[in-house]
Design a protein around this ligand. Sequence first.
Ligand code: UT7
Length: 322
Amino acid sequence: MIHTRITGTGSYLPGEPVGNQALIARHGLESSDEWIVDRTGIRSRHLAPMEITSSDLALEASRRALAAAGRSPADIDLVIVATSTPDYIFPSTATLLQSKLGIVNGAPAFDVQAVCSGFVYALTIAEKFIRSGSHRCALVVGAEVFSRIMDWTDRGTCVLFGDGAGAVVLEASEQPGLLASALHADGRHHGLLVVPGQVSSGQAIGDPFLRMDGQAVFKFAVRVLAEVGAEVLEKAGMTADQVDWLIPHQANIRILQATAKKLGIPMEKCIATVERHGNTSAASVPLALDEAVRSGCVQHGQHVLLEGVGGGFTWGAVLLKY
Ligand code: UT7
């Protein structure tokens, strides 16, 4: 039986952190550091300069993941990038990344669009490719420049998001790594979190900024993150007390706290980077995973529960032995 294992992680954050007060001053927002910290847990985020795109962030994160895995670009036979802020409408950010990395072996490369669940979706898809025997060494990336779709006059959303990328190398293995996964979507809720614009006839049609019903998203996120966490634990025949680290999508510290509580996992076992990254959408889970690995929190052999939830609505989880 072919198993899959993460053999390297990497991440990249552009520039210096931008604190709440600086962001408020920059955009003349009617807000305060106190409100943002109290309601979200966010203190700072990274914002990419205009000339930097998702594929640029993905490139840096991927180089670090490849180095950690001891792999070269030529070893990669599948490239998947999760992003909702691609460089272009087409071609995919994955093909741009492939080109920047110098992968010329004809490996398939494509994007996954599942907003903040994107990395969990991409990882699960890569796992299925590898388990089928068709591929052996995948590069799976979450990369976003959400600053490009912020309405900087909307204080209810623009203080929440940040830019960044995280990547993993996922390889065929004789030892189990990914133990169980689950993906879900319910398109009836597509209006709760949406960029309702399109490019047509040479211009942006509709609204090209992120719009969100924050309270509805909050409630939905906590419910499904708890449900899907329990679902993958049951699939793997494990219980919450066997989880060494919970890494949920980093949207709001209160969502992380409520999810951990519902799952029966203490906050000491929950990796939280939202304070320093804000919400980086598809990049948030691999960014947090990489930080947890590099800081020595996540050790080989430990059980890690990754969870995503985002626009669509989409949600999912991956339980793995690192
Ligand atoms: O990746 C998934 C995507 N997003 C999320 O997961 C976000 C989920 N939702 C949330 O995190 C929270 O709902 C928010 C942080 C967005 C909002 O927190 P809340 O506690 O639900 O606040 P609220 O929307 O109920 O707003 C309370 C008040 C409002 O003022 P009024 O109407 O009571 O006068 C808002 O206008 O807070 C106001 N407000 C702000 N005040 C200062 C909203 N944003 C701000 C702000 N600074 N930045």
